[in-house]
Design a protein around this ligand. Structure first.
Ligand code: HEM
Length: 328
């Protein structure tokens, strides 16, 4: 990859997915996201946390382990070989901003840099989980599978699927939005930075504000048959159209930084994943053994399985990870 300044970025370190330390990092992120996305009463009634002190201390321990990994395995390696004039990647850019005050750049603290990095690395958890949520919904709904196959046959045929195909595959593209709608992950709470008024309600500075994402996604006043998985609700005139009340990535300055990357990275899985499941499950529907939100899953390791229902030998299962790879 070449940056605006013409520097070619290199991979400074690549982790082996079988490396135990790396697997522990992935598991730690999954555990944390799973817990914070449950939407407990404690999130808005602070004193209830006395009942969850054990879990809170476990989460703190996992965060400390994550920070140690990032310092030892990522930051230190970069610090040893960095050339501040020629940053190679995002980590070098953060280190440069930590170091320089000159040149008109605002300096950032080490804690801010670590938060930024952890937010980005933690994003992997959401990528894996939304792929699984989408493929699970596709597998549960044979009519959706069939429509994806139809769209792929007519627009792509036998050639390799590419990112340029996204615009000509609105139905396939919409399956992810529909999975995001059905999951309705809770959105990070915000705090009003000044006295304000929202929809006629006075909101004092310092008040915690939650977006009720479930209501936005599942209200019968906003959607027809909200319980039904129907990607077609996002397709209008051959294009993907998202209604203004659909805010899975929140809105405003602090909305999700990874949303564009997410839609690109997960695109091939929606197409080829669906086709592979269709071949693996010629008839019958699937049900997911366990639930979870977009960030919220303990299943992204090997445990996530789709249990086939309505097929002879209902105990047979399809490992969802084996159907999530694009075909070559
Ligand atoms: C299913 C996938 C995802 C969903 C539903 C999601 C949703 C969200 C939401 C609701 C927020 C909070 C916005 C707010 O506070 O108003 C957020 C923030 C953020 N997300 Fe995501 N996200 C996803 C994937 C990702 C990925 C893959 C990355 C990065 C690789 C990422 C990076 C971030 C970052 C850095 C922020 C913090 C932005 C800020 O505070 O300014 N997200 N995301």
């Amino acid at each position: 990859m070449v940056s605006k300044e013409g520097h070619r970025s290199k991979i400074i370190k690549k982790f082996d997915i079988n490396e135990p330390k790396f697997q522990k990092l992935v598991r730690n992120f999954d555990e944390i996201f799973w817990d914070i996305n449950q939407g407990y009463a404690m999130d808005f009634i602070g004193w209830l946390k006395v009942f969850r002190l054990g879990t809170i201390s476990t989460l703190k321990r996992l965060s400390v382990d994550i920070r140690q990994f990032i310092n030892d395995e990522i930051i230190n390696g970069h610090k040893d070989s960095i050339d501040y004039e020629n940053p190679r990647d995002f980590v070098d850019m953060l280190l440069k901003r930590m170091k320089t005050e000159e040149g008109g750049h605002e300096q950032i603290s080490e804690v801010t840099a670590l938060y930024e990095l952890e937010d980005f690395i933690g994003g992997h958890s959401a990528v894996g989980n939304i792929i699984m949520q989408t493929i699970t919904q596709i597998a549960r709904n044979p009519e959706v599978m069939a429509k994806i196959q139809e769209e792929l046959d007519s627009q792509v045929g036998d050639r390799q699927l590419s990112l340029d195909d996204r615009t000509s595959l609105p139905y396939t593209e919409s399956t992810m939005y529909e999975a995001l709608r059905i999951c309705s992950s809770p959105i990070v709470p915000h705090v009003a930075s000044c006295d304000s008024n929202v929809g006629g309600y006075d909101v004092r500075k310092g008040t915690m504000v939650f977006i009720n994402n479930y209501e936005l996604n599942m209200s019968p006043q906003l959607w027809s048959e909200p319980e039904r998985f129907d990607p077609a609700r996002f397709v209008r005139g051959g294009k993907v159209v998202k209604p203004p009340h659909f805010l899975p990535f929140s809105t405003g300055k602090r909305s999700c930084m990874g949303s564009k990357m997410l839609t690109n990275v997960t695109f091939p899985h929606r197409g080829h994943g669906a086709v592979k499941i269709r071949r693996a499950l010629p008839r019958g529907r699937c049900q997911l053994a366990d639930g979870g939100g977009t960030h919220a899953s303990r299943q992204s390791g090997s445990a996530c399985r789709l249990v086939q229902a309505g097929l002879p030998g209902a105990d047979r299962s399809v490992d969802i990870l084996s159907v999530s790879q694009p075909e070559t």
